[in-house]
Design a protein around this ligand. Structure first.
Ligand code: ZN
Length: 119
């Protein structure tokens, strides 16, 4: 007879993920001031975030919805899910593949804002 031991006190590894909280205005200001010296990674991140603003404000959803924006993480082919938080107005984005996620604030009235309030 095989005795199966049930381990009840197993340790749940804390989920490790990177949370990016970006006030997009700060990033854009920085990119104007130091466009030449700006590391490639930061420029890529700005491009990624502005694409997310563009997509999310076109198809506004309060629940995480898959977009056609690809994750910026190297080697990750995940498609980003985004949602517009009704309470704070922040854009929440999340990659289901690598679990990168972040919040974008102050995206309103940027040139990527397609929401009705801007038109
Ligand atoms: Zn990813």
């Amino acid at each position: 007879m095989t005795i199966i031991t049930v381990v009840s006190n197993f340790i749940i590894e804390p989920t490790i993920f990177k949370m990016y909280i970006n006030n997009i205005q700060h990033l854009l200001d920085a990119s104007e001031k130091m466009s030449e010296e700006m590391p490639k990674g930061v420029r890529e991140l700005i491009g990624f975030l502005t694409l997310i603003i563009d997509t999310t404000t076109t198809n506004i959803s309060q629940t995480l919805t898959t977009t056609n924006v690809k994750c910026f993480e190297k080697g990750c082919s995940g498609l980003i899910k985004t949602a517009l938080r009704p309470d704070t107005g922040e854009i929440h984005w999340y990659c289901p593949e690598c679990e990168n996620e972040g919040l974008i604030s102050d995206w309103q009235k940027t040139k990527w804002d397609n929401s009705a309030g801007n038109k």
